[in-house]
Design a protein around this ligand. Structure first.
Ligand SMILES: Cc1cc2nc3c(=O)[nH]c(=O)nc-3n(C[C@H](O)[C@H](O)[C@H](O)COP(=O)(O)O)c2cc1C
Length: 182
């Protein structure tokens, strides 16, 4: 059976801490960069509550095309003000149409069996990741994800090379997600 992985990168820095970790764990993976996408903001017009679909057709169509089929969605993002980045959340807010399709119209459009969250933040407190993990849980419910993996790496202001500082955590995480790989 073929398996399709997709990275959704919420960092504006393609070679920043978060993507450096993601690329080390999931090399050669198709990646969509949220900051390269033009996405209209959801304005809660309720169209998707009454019928399937969305009034906007923009780069979200490209994202949804990648979901068909996708069995492992890897969300990568730094923490901005206690949450995933604004551009990534703008994209996720547009998933409201998927939420309505599934829970109001009983027509789930996509199931994604595995969901991974990789996030980094500057603060020392792990509580900084609370917003990101709640969003992860909402997405797991939306996509009916059976396996959820999470790697949260903090204190990045004090770090030069994240792959060296967190080598042990990254190796362990990689094994837990892909036990058959080196
Ligand atoms: C606009 C902005 C907001 C941020 N807000 C937070 C925050 O609330 N908490 C925190 O710990 N770090 C915060 N940071 C720091 C980033 O999360 C941190 O530098 C992260 O590791 C950058 O990841 P990247 O290199 O993958 O983009 C913020 C950075 C920026 C630019």
């Amino acid at each position: 059976m073929s398996s399709k992985q997709l990275i959704l990168n919420g960092s504006p820095n393609k070679d920043g801490f978060s993507m450096t970790v993601a690329n080390a764990i999931f090399p050669n993976t198709i990646t969509l960069h949220a900051y390269d996408l033009t996405i209209a903001a959801c304005d809660d017009c309720k169209l998707c509550h009454h019928t399937l679909g969305c009034k906007y057709h923009d780069d979200i169509d490209q994202v949804l095309k990648h979901f068909k089929p996708c069995d492992h969605l890897i969300i990568v993002s730094p923490i901005y003000f206690g949450a995933l980045t604004d551009q990534l959340l703008k994209l996720f807010n547009r998933f409201q149409m998927l939420f309505e399709a599934k829970f109001t119209h009983q027509k789930p459009l996509f199931n994604i069996s595995q969901l991974t969250l990789i996030s980094t933040c500057a603060a020392k407190e792990h509580s900084m990741f609370a917003g990101a993990t709640l969003t992860r849980d909402i997405l797991a419910s939306l996509f009916d994800s059976k396996q959820v993996h999470t790697l949260l790496l903090n204190n990045t202001d004090e770090i030069d090379d994240i792959l060296i500082t967190y080598e042990k955590e990254i190796v362990k995480f990689k094994k837990s997600v892909n036990p058959w790989q080196d």
